[in-house]
Design a protein around this ligand. Structure first.
Ligand SMILES: [Zn+2]
Length: 98
């Protein structure tokens, strides 16, 4: 099992959640709802770029998400990232292979 596939311990998960909270606040990254005001809303660690594309537990690719948003996003790329990729890689810029 690669290091990226090893599940986090509770201590590692708590450390990452605390670091992300310090960076981003106590809000769901997607719906912006505050976890403090909604104690029943469970916060989860979400890979902004899906884990299958960027395996590992690096802070640069992690956000806090409520369970509902995390499940809705699932393994897809976030729309802002898709828009950015489409803006950079426009089909009219593509060249035909010889
Ligand atoms: Zn949310």
């Amino acid at each position: 099992m690669s290091a990226a596939r090893v599940p986090l311990t509770e201590e590692q998960r708590a450390y990452l959640q605390c670091a992300i909270q310090t960076r981003d606040g106590r809000r769901c990254f997607y719906c912006r709802r505050n976890f403090r005001r909604r104690p029943g809303r469970r916060k989860t660690l979400d890979h902004y770029i899906p884990h299958r594309l960027w395996p590992g537990w690096e802070l640069d690719n992690l956000v806090l998400a409520c369970e509902r948003c995390n499940l809705a996003k699932a393994d897809s790329l976030p729309w802002p990232l898709v828009w950015l990729l489409l803006a950079v890689h426009r089909p009219e810029r593509w060249e035909l292979a010889a």
